[in-house]
Design a protein around this ligand. Structure first.
Ligand code: PMV
Length: 311
């Protein structure tokens, strides 16, 4: 049997601007994961991925363009197997189309399980590249941040076209991840920003550049374990994302409630227009902020802890 897994991710700062070459920082969310088990099957000559809970069944032969079929084929190519009879069971606790990198995480988990079945453990960077190829098919023009953080499973400072950096967190982060209840379609949110930029380049470019500067300030705050500063920068990032048109009334309500209840900072995460908000909290403020998020309409609030770097 080959086992695979990969975590969800949250972009702390920099989404959308990262598409245009500015830096962004993202962290894995260990509490939400995609898990896979691959086994050889009886001479079906096909790879079938099944997620019981989601009623999902993808056959490489019957659904060749499905992202999970593409991920499976890439995994087989990587191990040099032209045909294989494989069954993959997928279990994921990551909400779909919600800004948390579900697509990248399930692809990574499927590729890991299939390559493990053939006795291969892929280096994280190779896995990241394979997941990026899958992401390109369904997102159009992904920056590459999602595949990078889910494949490496650690905090990432990402800039398009450059090798990722891995900042060492000076203190653990406690994030409340709040579901707005609305779906978030990455492709549409990204093309919305592009249309706004085509119509009025100057103000949009100005906001994207300011988001890039916030990320540059956030990295030393992360490394120093300065949650107060990091929170301020996140809230400022939200203001700019809102001006870019990728927030929503529901997300604004969650962010506002988190701030009033004592969060260090809060913002949407991922493509926006729906999906999830994140609030940076301390262990002491977590319960009050969590309650405020629920009262402001969050369908679910998950406490996620990103550990500090251990030397
Ligand atoms: O919503 P998600 O998890 O697919 O994240 C999208 C992040 C964007 O910056 C909006 C797009 C990208 O490709 O980086």
């Amino acid at each position: 049997m080959g086992l695979g897994e990969a975590p969800a991710k949250a972009i702390l700062l920099g989404e959308h601007a990262v598409v245009y070459g500015y830096p962004a920082v993202a962290v894995p969310l260990p509490e939400m994961r995609a898990r896979t088990q691959a086994r050889f099957d009886n001479r079906s000559g096909d790879v079938v991925v099944e997620a019981g809970g989601r009623g999902l069944r993808v056959s490489v032969a019957a659904n060749p363009n499905h992202p999970l079929a593409v991920a499976s084929r890439l995994a087989l190519e990587e191990v040099g197997a032209a045909v294989a009879s494989v069954r993959v069971r997928l279990d994921s606790s990551i909400p779909v189309a919600a800004g948390l990198g579900s697509g990248a995480a399930v692809s990574a988990a499927v590729i890991r399980a299939i390559t493990a079945l053939f006795g291969r453990e892929l280096p994280d960077a190779v896995l990241s590249d394979l997941v990026y190829q899958v992401e390109k098919l369904h997102h159009g023009n992904p920056s590459g941040i999602d595949n990078t953080v889910v494949a490496h499973g650690r905090p990432v400072l990402f800039r398009r076209g450059e090798p990722p950096e891995f900042p060492r967190l000076g203190a653990a982060l406690t994030l409340l991840v709040a579901d707005s209840g609305q779906g978030s379609l990455t492709r549409e949110a990204v093309s919305g920003v592009r249309r706004a930029r085509d119509a009025e380049p100057e103000p949009v470019d100005g906001r994207l550049a300011r988001i890039g500067l916030l990320v540059e300030e956030a990295v030393p705050a992360l490394v120093a374990g300065n949650g107060t500063r990091l929170g301020e920068l996140m809230t400022e990032n939200q203001r700019l994302l809102r001006e870019l048109g990728v927030s929503s009334p529901e997300l604004d309500a969650l962010v506002g409630a988190a701030g009033e209840a004592g969060a260090l900072g809060a913002k949407l995460t991922g493509a926006g227009r729906g999906g999830h908000a994140i609030a940076l909290v301390t262990e002491a403020t977590a319960p009050a902020v969590s309650e405020a998020l629920s009262a402001a309409g969050a369908r679910r609030v998950t406490v996620c802890r990103v550990p500090a770097h251990r030397p």
